[in-house]
Design a protein around this ligand. Structure first.
Ligand code: ACO
Ligand code: ZN
Length: 225
């Protein structure tokens, strides 16, 4: 067990109400034994999942001051594929995706953003696609008093006219405590540059599939600028 992490949990217990774990990002109530048990379980699973040991011949596709990006391809060694699957499962859990079958596992490109502390703090899964349906802007959705309703509302209106696209982003995820630092933006930049050899894809050539509210906010912003 990681002694440092345990200290953070113990320190958290002295507070009432909701607390946020500084290493796994989970928000829970320290006063509730069920919550705490759930946290301990999530904590270990999560930290194990995002741990990046690395491998020989890893494919580094970008380097930044706060980390690097590694690309995993379908023909890579088993341990690399296993890591890609484990992280995908972790991301799917957080997104509430259940047993989504990948349309074509042999065409999938998994990008990791690995921090200097060797943790996978970002993941992007891209697939080759032929067409996409543009998400239409919401006509005039009334401001919901219940944020939860909005949070789980995913039935965006889509155009019925397919448009040509090349790269479909089926998952994009950044560790909760590392958001709004441009990690998602940099990941998409790198995908546009490395997805197809020798060309830089335009924002029209990439498509985000089934975006969450946060995903849609990010995608709208990203594609405008
Ligand atoms: N609300 C409003 N604007 C946002 C948000 C948000 N939650 N997230 C990003 N943006 C916009 C901002 O304009 C931001 O620039 P700013 O911070 O200077 O204002 C710009 O997008 C760039 O944001 P990044 O910092 O690059 O994005 P981040 O690294 O925080 O990652 C992401 C965004 C991936 C959506 C993250 O919030 C996340 O992992 N969320 C949970 C998982 C999720 O919902 N993923 C999308 C699923 S949809 C799909 O996978 C196709
Ligand atoms: Zn934790």
């Amino acid at each position: 067990k990681d002694f440092k992490d345990q200290m953070i949990i113990d320190a958290g217990q002295k507070h009432f109400g909701a607390i946020i774990c500084k290493s796994c990002g989970m928000i829970y109530t320290a006063a509730s034994p069920e919550d705490e048990a759930q946290h301990i379980q999530h904590h270990q699973q999560f930290l194990e999942g995002i741990k990046y040991v690395g491998w020989k011949k890893e494919r580094v596709v970008a380097e930044f001051w706060d980390g690097k990006m590694v690309l995993v391809l379908p023909d890579d060694p088993k341990y690399a594929i296993k890591k890609a699957e484990d992280v995908r499962e972790l991301v799917d859990n957080e997104l509430g995706f259940k047993q989504i079958v990948l349309s074509c596992p042999s065409k999938i490109k998994t990008y990791f953003f690995v921090s200097n502390e060797r943790k996978i703090i970002g993941c992007l899964i891209a697939e080759q696609i032929k067409q996409a349906f543009r998400v239409l802007s919401e006509p005039n959705v009334p401001q919901s008093p219940n944020q939860d309703v909005l949070q789980h509302h995913r039935a965006w209106r889509c155009s019925i006219k397919p448009e040509a696209a090349i790269c479909g982003i089926s998952r994009i995820w950044v560790f909760s405590l590392m958001r709004r630092r441009g990690i998602a933006r940099r990941m998409v930049d790198v995908v546009r540059n490395t997805f197809m050899y020798g060309c830089y894809l335009s924002t029209d050539e990439i498509a985000f599939s089934d975006p969450t509210p946060a995903g849609k906010l990010f995608a709208t912003k990203y594609c405008q600028t």
